[in-house]
Design a protein around this ligand. Structure first.
Ligand code: MN3
Length: 240
């Protein structure tokens, strides 16, 4: 297969991430029980936010959620669609240098879309704690829930510039691990399935927390939806 054929084939691959069933977030599920990132034509779509803008108050204020979802996540979706269009056009013109340019942009925009789609469902308006299989694995892989909290909080707070702290399932070792991500697409570990993603871009907290990223990360532990994380883990194990 030459490179052009390969790229054309890969355009239809929506790297879908998983979303659980039987939750309040069920409306964003598609028939594959994945996060809904694309429509039936393969265009990227912004799924409805699974709650109202003020749902996460007071830890995440309504204005931040509105701007974050509408313009940052929404902007990534628009960007990814444009990138895809430009790649198709450049392929049709056999202009591979231009393909490279837009592919890089697509990596950034698509990764933003995928991570934000998980992020919204990872949050809730009530405090939960990990239990069941998730808690068992947290204790096995990190020692305790408190230790995991410390690790993922530090990883998130210490991102250079904008990025994410991520709790992921590693199918190769059947274990949980913590990944630090810069921007949306750097330091990626192929194969890892993100279960919990913590957005530490300034747009996620600056209106309310100003320059206090650490306070924002600590506050997030009041609204993490551990049930969603557990459902994502169960599905990741099943799909292994
Ligand atoms: Mn963000």
């Amino acid at each position: 297969m030459d490179r052009k054929t390969f790229l054309k084939g890969s355009l239809s691959l929506g790297a879908l991430t998983i979303l659980p069933t039987n939750s309040m977030f069920g409306q964003s599920l598609n028939e594959l029980k994945t996060d809904k990132l694309t429509d039936e034509n393969g265009n990227f779509v912004l799924a409805p936010l699974p709650y109202k803008f003020d749902f996460l108050e007071p830890y995440m204020d309504a204005e931040t959620v509105n701007l974050h979802y509408t313009f940052h996540h929404g902007g990534a979706v628009k960007g990814a669609n444009k990138d895809m269009e430009m790649i198709k056009k450049a392929l049709a013109d056999s202009n591979m240098e231009t393909v490279d340019f837009w592919t890089k942009k697509l990596s950034y925009h698509f990764s933003s879309h995928a991570l934000h789609s998980i992020f919204w469902t990872n949050l809730s308006n009530k405090k939960t704690d990990p239990k069941g299989e998730l808690l068992k694995r947290i204790e096995k892989n990190f020692g305790s829930y408190d230790k995991l909290k410390g690790y993922i909080a530090a990883t998130s707070k210490n991102v250079d510039g904008n990025g994410w702290g991520i709790l992921a399932y590693q199918p190769h070792s059947d274990s949980l691990s913590i990944i630090q991500c810069e921007n949306h697409e750097k330091l990626v570990q192929w194969g890892a399935v993100p279960l919990l993603v913590i957005d530490v871009w300034e747009h996620a907290y600056y209106l309310k927390y100003k320059n206090k990223r650490a306070d924002f990360v600590d506050a997030l532990f009041n609204i993490i939806n551990w049930e969603n994380v557990e459902q994502r883990l169960e599905l990741a194990i099943k799909l292994k």
